[in-house]
Design a protein around this ligand. Structure first.
Ligand SMILES: [Zn+2]
Length: 295
């Protein structure tokens, strides 16, 4: 090879294909789910963030509506759950839910918290669930609010999972940090084992809010909270996903162990349920995670 060719070859950028770990979309026929590459790679959990695609609901609930009490046909909602559970290998009767109240309650759940009837209201409220029991899928509902799924393990490799519903109120109350603390204190999860996946939720593009919300966010224990607050047409816009990511880092998680879905539920209203995009006439998606048996 002539010297000049050698130099040119050296200067040519190498085509290094480095796959960024991220939230990846999976299609199973018409069913579309998102999964975290990091959680998949860890191989200890079964999890998903659902979308509007792949269910049997009709009208304004078309098609994968997983809200239990927003006016959809209960037969169709149950069928939607069956489709999802078959795909993920869950038993519908194993799912554990909570009544979500936009606060910062974190509940450790066990098999005793399974519901007898899918449409029964759980006898407790909490916006985050944690368990170390296997095959106990934890569910949170969202439709603009931010869903977060977590995994961690103790020094003996025993796993714990968490599912969080973080709207602006939960975010301002640092529910993400409270879940991490409980996983650490009650379940002895090691920081270096912890993974968090922040699913699709409303982006700063569409989360227009009042200055009182910004004031609460500025009091959170994160560096540069103001970086997540902006202004568009004289209105305050807040990056809830970014703040939750910062709260997880401030709680001790490694930044490379946190993945964030870039999709905004309002901008992608055809794909996700958005409370703002539908003015409240909507279904809901879920984020679900379970420790897999036998791993
Ligand atoms: Zn948006």
């Amino acid at each position: 090879m002539r010297e000049r060719e050698k130099v040119q070859k050296l200067l040519r950028p190498k085509r290094l294909i480095v796959k960024q770990m991220s939230i990846t979309e999976y299609r199973y026929g018409s069913l579309v789910l998102l999964k975290s590459d990091l959680l998949q790679k860890a191989g200890k959990t079964t999890h998903a963030f659902t979308t509007r695609y792949g269910g049997v609901s009709k009208g304004i609930f078309k098609s994968m509506n997983l809200a239990l009490n927003r006016g959809d046909s209960s037969l169709n909602v149950e069928e939607n759950y069956q489709i999802l559970c078959e795909n993920l290998g869950f038993k519908l009767s194993d799912l554990v839910f909570s009544s979500q109240v936009h606060e910062d309650g974190v509940r450790s759940v066990t098999g005793g918290d399974r519901k007898e009837n899918l449409f029964d209201s759980p006898p407790y409220s909490a916006d985050a669930l944690i368990t170390s029991e296997k095959e106990l899928p934890l569910v949170v509902f969202t439709a603009d609010c931010i869903p977060i799924l977590l995994y961690g393990e103790d020094g003996d490799g025993n796993g714990t999972v968490g599912a969080v519903h973080a709207g602006w109120r939960g975010t301002a109350l640092n529910i993400a940090g409270k879940v991490v603390r409980k996983m650490r204190e009650e379940f002895h999860c090691l920081f270096e084992s912890m993974i968090a996946a922040i699913g699709p939720g409303i982006g700063s593009c569409c989360f227009e809010t009042g200055s009182e919300v910004a004031e609460k966010i500025l009091k959170l224990p994160i560096q540069s909270a103001s970086d997540y607050i902006g202004e568009k047409n004289g209105k305050t816009h807040i990056d809830l996903k970014g703040i939750n990511r910062a709260l997880l880092i401030a709680s001790g998680l490694k930044r490379e162990c946190i993945e964030v879905s870039e999709e905004c539920t309002k901008c992608y209203g055809h794909k996700y349920w958005s409370h703002r995009g539908t003015k409240g006439n909507r279904g809901a998606q879920i984020a679900v995670i379970s420790l897999t048996a036998g791993v």
